[in-house]
Design a protein. Sequence first.
Length: 556
Amino acid sequence: MSLAPRSSRAWWRDAVTYQIYIRSFADANGDGKGDVEGIRSRLPYLKALGVDAIWITPWYPSPQNDHGYDVADYMDIEPDYGTLDDAKHLIKEAHDLGIRVIVDIVPNHSSDQHPWFQEALAAEPGSPARERYIFRDGKGPNGDLPPNNWNAVFGGPAWHRITEKDGKPGQWFLHLFAIEQPDFNWENPEVREYFEGVLKFWLDIGVDGFRIDVAHGMIKADGLPDTPEKDSPEMLAAVSMPFWDQDGVHEIYRSWRKILDSYSGDRMAVAEAWVSPASRIARYLRHDELANSFNFDFLTSPWDVVTLRERIDSSLAAIKEVGAPASWVFNNHDVVRSVDRFALGLTPGSGETTLDRQGDPAKLDLNLGIKRARAGALLMLALPGGAYIYQGEELALPEVRDIPENRLTDPRWRMSNFTDRGRDGCRVPLPWKNDADGAFGFSSNAKLPPHEAWLPQSNWWGSFSVESQEKNNDSTLHLYRKALAIRASEEGLGDGPMTWIDLGKDLLAFTRPGNFLCVVNFGDEISLPSGEVLLSSAPLDRGRLPRDTAVWIRTS
Ligand code: NOJ
């Protein structure tokens, strides 16, 4: 398939999308939690950064048991975050600045406070209200054993037994995540219709797309058979699981694509589908399904030349089959930040123990992590296709490891029986200013101390602030701004062809159209290939490219 010029192809083939974890981005009403107005106030920052789109994590009314991924009302805004009118203003202002807006949709499960679930609890077994979720009788003579051996992703059993109206122990319901997140029954047409209505509601308001939460999880294998292993499943399972990546999910996306295509403006959806190998991801990207799917093979790669090259190749080969663009990603709100991962050799989501997932802080060389993360940024932004950046990645924020245990909020913490500290360390509110007032500028309330933001910020947080980095032309923030500006002006970047160049076994080197060369050095210092240096992730030492450094070069 030949590719149309960048100006006339769908925007999502090339876009750099910035993920906003709303609770931690910017707090305009001074309550220590981020909000819609906070995002609006920072649109000029995002414009100056040079991103094409923003993805806003769930902003719907929610009891916040999983910080918005437990939705109580899919068609309104969480009062702590603002109003629907605020959301409409934000979308309009973003559009006026040329920034597209993607919202998160959470179709695998709702909050237990969703009216449908409350109705189901009050209804009889077998009633239509129970049929919207996955209720089953228990096993054993008194039904006091769960219906099967499934465990929840956050730890513990994936089934919870309810008390029926007569006060007796009753049926069990499925929750692949927290108990407060009951799974919908996607075999029920009423659930499908409901979500089609949710999509249309937000499309009518003007959103450009959706990030689909747990996109590989909505359909469960017939008969809910036991899993082959008893441990809590990882999102990216090493073996086939009866609730991940079932063929039936594709029918849902075919119907969603028809809805997206019925609107003007190349509306899109991006799948959070933790599936592997790459050929399975490509199935979500067939021409009548979704636009993008996060490349988790890439995200879970260690900082290793062989693994990265192999995963880039396999991803590109798989999506080529279906004519889809790549969607590179190194960070999101669920994984240890790449600064730490790259320094410690961590590979999230692939079945390690908790300690391995977070890494040993005593072994952490922060400067090394930052150096690699900066090189990774130039790699990611030069590869064909689009990219997703998680807030704070442009500041090279490290994982925060000193949140006191009594302040941890991730449901993983309690559901793992307090053995897994969970994901709070990558969700600490952003540092905008170097002085501590207003939680390092995160909050409009200048009196809010850093430890009173919804997740406490550490003393050292301000040194990574936007304010500090703006003053330093060599900062990671400036690196991202320069890289995104070059990317915007280079017709050959974004989607399109790339060609590997062999410069040695410790290097990733490839060209893009327009005499553009990207070289990433994982080994000993080498002489720079000839040409004009457009950008480098670290200072170049008298014409030499140091280890863990990337460079963009205009050849001839
Ligand atoms: C994936 C989301 O990214 C994560 O934050 C959430 O906890 C689970 N899905 C459950 O919705």
